[in-house]
Design a binder for this molecule. Structure first.
Ligand code: SF4
Length: 334
């Protein structure tokens, strides 16, 4: 247990957590919505500092991050809890679990680098469940990882307040941010969250110089209308730039949404077309059979730039950050 970094005292020993836009007001002995921050005697503590449910080397493409150190392995860490309550969560066994009864490794912040080196990983990813609710440990360990020359990334729902994001930004190289819908109603009903703070996080991350890619899981009947996807893509092009790599991902029945069908391929390819029509240059489809939709092509001349199979980069043809044929600069961090 460790004191939280972002909180303030209220009357009667209550506290307000300032880490995410829920801004939970917590009475003594109670937990916040994420289930991992507790008011203990008038002080807000994190209960998961250094506690990991999973530690695994993954290809960076699995996050997914396609334009960030392609072809490298990243040591991926997850813990328990989440500040959203998505009824379709694909990692609900850890994100919606309680701390009690979970088997977790107790890590020291310095361990992160040693384990990464042991597995020949070039970076660290905070992923699997929501990393921002693990803020204090990800902050301390990312700082050490950066000092030792590793890259760092968050795979996140983007539901974080401005100040904590600004504070960690010198130690955070990349984020894959889930935008779950472009309607606030969806966030309210399906995730118990809000849309605008997530969009603000995307814009702030970009402003802070954190490399970002976005993922949108298309769920039949809930967030798959052409107008919603078109508005989402328009916002990306205007607010984040046409070079922002984006991923549309296929839903499969999970958790409390067992009765909804998997996303038809035709919906995914239509979303791909809509994004291209909006001017977005690098658009990918995830959780689909392998094929062209996971490769990177030059948006100018159509040359194959990066060939991928599943979660790995098979061939990489970008030369000095440019297309080898027409020399268009490719947004790529290597
Ligand atoms: S991080 Fe947890 S305790 Fe803090 S505001 Fe968000 S949900 Fe509430």
């Amino acid at each position: 247990m460790k004191e939280s970094m972002f909180w303030q005292k209220l009357e009667d020993d209550k506290v307000e957590c300032l880490l995410c836009p829920h801004r939970c007001k917590i009475s003594p002995g109670k937990l916040g919505v994420c289930g991992v921050r507790e008011n203990r005697k008038g002080k807000l503590n994190t209960l998961i500092y250094g506690l990991a449910t999973s530690v695994t080397p993954d290809p960076i493409e699995k996050k997914p991050l396609f334009h960030f150190h392609p072809g490298t392995y990243v040591l991926s860490f997850g813990t328990v809890g989440c500040n959203l309550k998505c009824i379709h969560c694909q990692n609900y066994s850890i994100s919606q679990a309680k701390i009690e009864g979970m088997r977790m490794k107790n890590l020291k912040k310095e361990d992160i680098v040693t384990i990464a080196q042991r597995y020949k990983c070039e970076g660290i990813a905070w992923t699997y469940n929501e990393p921002t609710i693990w803020y204090e440990f990800t902050y301390d360990a990312s700082k050490i990882a950066k000092e030792k020359g590793l890259y760092t990334c968050y795979v996140t729902n983007g539901f974080i307040e401005k100040e904590p994001l600004e504070k960690i930004s010198p130690y955070l190289d990349a984020m894959n941010i889930d935008v779950k819908s472009f309607h606030n109603d969806f966030y309210k009903k399906t995730c118990k969250g809000k849309l605008q703070p997530v969009l603000d996080t995307c814009e702030l991350a970009k402003e802070l110089g954190i490399f970002i890619e976005l993922t949108y899981l298309i769920i039949p009947g809930l967030n798959d209308s052409e107008s919603e996807i078109a508005n989402y893509c328009k916002w990306i092009a205007e607010s984040l730039g046409e070079n922002t790599p984006i991923h549309f991902s296929r839903f499969h029945p999970d958790y409390k949404m067992q009765d909804t069908i998997a996303t038809p391929m035709s919906t995914l390819t239509r979303a791909h077309e809509i994004a291209k029509e909006a001017g977005i240059k690098y658009v990918y489809l995830g959780n689909v059979p392998h094929g062209d939709y996971e490769n990177t092509y030059c948006p100018e001349c159509g040359e194959l730039l990066i060939e991928r199979i599943g979660f790995s980069t098979r061939a990489h043809y970008v030369k000095n950050g440019k297309c080898p044929k027409c020399e268009l600069a490719t947004p790529l961090i290597q």
